[in-house]
Design a protein around this ligand. Sequence first.
Ligand code: PLP
Length: 395
Amino acid sequence: MFVYADNAATTRVSEAAVRAMLPYLGTCFGNASSLYSFGQEAKEALENARATVAGCLGAEPREIYFTSGGSESDNQAIFSAAAQGRKKGKMHIISTAFEHHAVLHTLRRLEKEGFAVTYLDVHENGVVTPEQVRDAVREDTCLVTVMFANNEIGTIQPIREIGALCRERKVLFHTDAVQAAGHLPIDVKADNIDMLSLSAHKFHGPKGVGALYVRRGVTLQNLIEGGAQERGKRAGTENVAGIVALSVALKDACDHMAENAEKVSALRDRLIEGLLRIPHSALNGDRERRLPGNVNFCFEGIEGESLLLLLDDAGICASSGSACTSGSLDPSHVLLAIGRPHEVAHGSLRLSLCEENTPEDVDHILTEVPRIVEYLRNMSPVWKDLVSGKKQFML
Ligand SMILES: *Cc1c(COP(=O)(O)O)cnc(C)c1O
């Protein structure tokens, strides 16, 4: 049996998205910037896609910029806000301790350039409060960037309230909505969002294409210089096929959001119930405020990497929480941010489901995970110390 349970890392491109993109790889391969009608067909598809994406977010088409994905969108949004801030002598940024590295590493770079960054505590439940943001805002704050939903533990942040606060204090508000777009309702106007990042491959679109929403009136700075594509803000011949697929996948996800969420969260809840029966285990992140497909656990006394390898043998694709840090021995910065001790954070497992998963997938996971956890514990010297009382259980 093969079970794909790593949809937070990437998703399968839907058949509808593949079908929609094929003409722009084949018969209609023109350059969207060419003047002749053959190129203008591609241009029309591009602008239709822009209107579709805008419609899904409650934005205007001219507020949507296509990029190469979530990382680029995050970089461009944050560097743009920082450049505007620097001009006004405002060099303070507010974010959280558990952002994606596309945000955190961008902020690190700005810190080296003289910016001060406040990283808000995300508490044991993985949720920041609007009050924390209010208390952190200073006269020289130029940007608040808080992710919509966390990619490892799935917790959903109070975006609308944070946005309202930022609006009131006249501070720019960016949100990395890469895990939220197509999965949670988003209305950039009602949610008071100035800039928002999304990426196609997290909602059944292709990899390497994303979008950045930028509210009209907010100044965007180029990351990539060159031609005048994307109203001069993002050079490079447009990835028309990818952009069309992004728009089709996003529309599809938004049109079926409620029914998908209901189906997926039922699978998620059964998975959580089942895994909680494993002794000395704990769910990471708030039980209620979480993405429909996210399950993230710590199992005491084991190494997440060994668990993943044995799950792979059992046909299950999962992750220890962060595809980006695999290969490094450091535990997840997200799990440390919610206060899990190093030893416990090492034994983590993220299972992320989508509407293509079945009850049989959940059955298979619930057979294999408890079996493998027990097997690994029986071989673990740490587990022996815990059982004998030489070390204290933390979970
Ligand atoms: C996947 C992801 C990104 C990066 O998006 P890419 O398109 O892979 O560059 C950024 N932020 C979050 C929250 C993500 O889950």
